[in-house]
Design a protein around this ligand. Sequence first.
Ligand SMILES: Cc1cc2nc3c(=O)[nH]c(=O)nc-3n(C[C@H](O)[C@H](O)[C@H](O)COP(=O)(O)OP(=O)(O)OC[C@H]3O[C@@H](n4cnc5c(N)ncnc54)[C@H](O)[C@@H]3O)c2cc1C
Length: 466
Amino acid sequence: MKKYDIVFVGLGAAGLFAAYELTKLKTLQRVLIIEKGRELKKRRCPIDNDKVKKCINCKSCSIMSGAGGAGAFSDGKYNITTAFGGDIKNYLGYEKSMELMRYVDGVNMDMGGSGCKKYSTAGSDIKAEALKYDLHLLDAEVRHLGTDKNYVILSNIIEYVGSSVDILYETEVTDIVRAGESCWQTVTEEEVYESSKVVIAAGRSGSAWASKICAGLGVSQRDNRVDIGVRFECPALIWDHITDKVYESKIIYRSPVTGCTCRTFCMNRHGYVVTENTNGIMTANGHSFDDPALASDNTNFALLVTHHFTEPFDDSNAYGQAIAKLTNALAGGVMVQRFGDLVANKRSTRKRISESFTRPTLEAAEPGNLALAIPKLTLDTIIEMIYQLDKLVPGTANFDNLLYGAEVKFYNSMADVDGNFETAHKGLFIIGDCSGTTHSLSQASAEGVYVARYLEKLFLEGTGIR
Ligand SMILES: Cc1cc2nc3c(=O)[nH]c(=O)nc-3n(C[C@H](O)[C@H](O)[C@H](O)COP(=O)(O)OP(=O)(O)OC[C@H]3O[C@@H](n4cnc5c(N)ncnc54)[C@H](O)[C@@H]3O)c2cc1C
């Protein structure tokens, strides 16, 4: 049995920024981070390498797992806001949350991101224009790091923390056992690590596992929301006048017909649609590069409809999974359909897609009919939203624009934690996406910094070091 002061499970945004902060604070604590995925330079998705056309369900998915976590090959949209991306402000308050997100933004700039442009919705005329069509633009600042710069930043931070924390790659934590008052055992196949503090930062890919651990330890969890929709793709020229100004516009629309709320999410200007594999379930996602040489001709974003469930149903993630699985069963992965075909109730075929003016950036997607997999309530709301957006951004409802399905945002069960992200069990913390309190790079990273500072404070108080 090996001994540490703190063991982190997961080296995603939350775990990495906690490690960064402890390194910066020159902690005397012995810190271990256990990551089930590979180290950064060994992370390779076979689809990106053109080795295969479709997701082959790698044992460890390089998109979701490994150093840097799910965000490593993401578009690196660093949203500085509490209006979306998680519930951090419910724990830390607005001011503290914003201060932490700005702090992380500063670290990103120091670690290789300088020069990355920051956009803001403040003072833009888009908000007023959108309101004319009952479309509501949320306020946010967003720094677009881009997939390429994001990689550089992560490499630099990992190198920085490597001297003061131990990192184990390709090692999965299987269990966390309470071995006494403030004594935890973190179990892997090869070894057991004992520590007084354990921080679970296992992200979306580790959320089912984290939920199981919480349930086993009697940490209560709430689970009632899932967002279901599609990834929309159109020629970038259509949205350029908006994305050039604010990069990411989070627009919300409530359909008077279905009563459901639909929102734009994760906008990727001149980007690419990609497949995301969450525990074997394939869904659509998107990213783009900072380097103009790597820009595509298309812009993509998600259109998501939020579903809250009430009694007796209490497994919203199972509902989202069932829809994604149905799409996978029909298409063998992600499905693509032209908007015009969907409205005309026709299946898109390879031939129809090949005649399309909008060229798909995810060639591996199988043409099909999304109406066979996505429930009517959701799909009707999305179609209505596209027509509504077309009033603000003409061309959005063009026949050949593409819809990839399904895109599902699973909200991890919200674990019951206090204002320091500590569970009812002393010394057991849960942060980032697996805790259900965040679903963004900025808020997950901010929680990592917060917990690191808190643990250092406890340590210094305990040892008398000031
Ligand atoms: C394709 C894609 C694009 C995205 N784009 C953006 C974006 O532009 N902006 C944005 O704000 N957010 C984006 N996100 C979401 C963002 O990446 C996450 O919100 C963020 O990474 C959450 O950080 P985290 O540390 O909580 O979890 P993660 O980053 O998921 O890290 C968790 C880590 O824990 C590891 N782990 C899990 N279980 C175990 C275990 N049992 N043992 C050991 N290790 C384990 C995983 O391998 C993983 O590396 C994107 C996500 C994806 C998938």
